[in-house]
Design a binder for this molecule. Sequence first.
Ligand code: CMP
Length: 136
Amino acid sequence: MTQRTLVLLKPDAVGRGLVGEIVGRFERKAGWTIRALELRTLDRGILEQHYAEHVGRPFYEPLMGFMSGGPVVALVVEGERVIEGVRRLAGPTDPIEAAPGSVRGDFGTITRENLIHASDSEESAARELKLFFPSL
Ligand code: CMP
């Protein structure tokens, strides 16, 4: 089942020079392709839409500050079961819980600065792809 997913390499990943390392992991998965890739700084407007489900949570405002505080790399990855696959490559939200071998398990320590966002379902992927890459 070929799918597309929206991935964000968060400002910590870009700032620490981990873009090549992380994108390389997607490229090395058999049959997965990068369909779009862009370095951009996210404003509050797009972040409010992207994180609408988290409004009111204690981590919401610090998350907005972190995510708008430096450029991200937004990319579209396409391939076999890529939505589930990228989530597994990323690891769970808390990097200390994340297994070694996953992006968060290999490089992260704190929950907010967990390096990567990946769509969590077909519905989220459709919504997020439209938000970040409306022309695709
Ligand atoms: P992600 O799962 O990509 O999307 C929501 C983000 O909010 C999450 O990554 C973290 O960056 C952040 N986040 C979620 N839960 C917490 C938390 N308990 N404390 C701090 N940040 C959080």
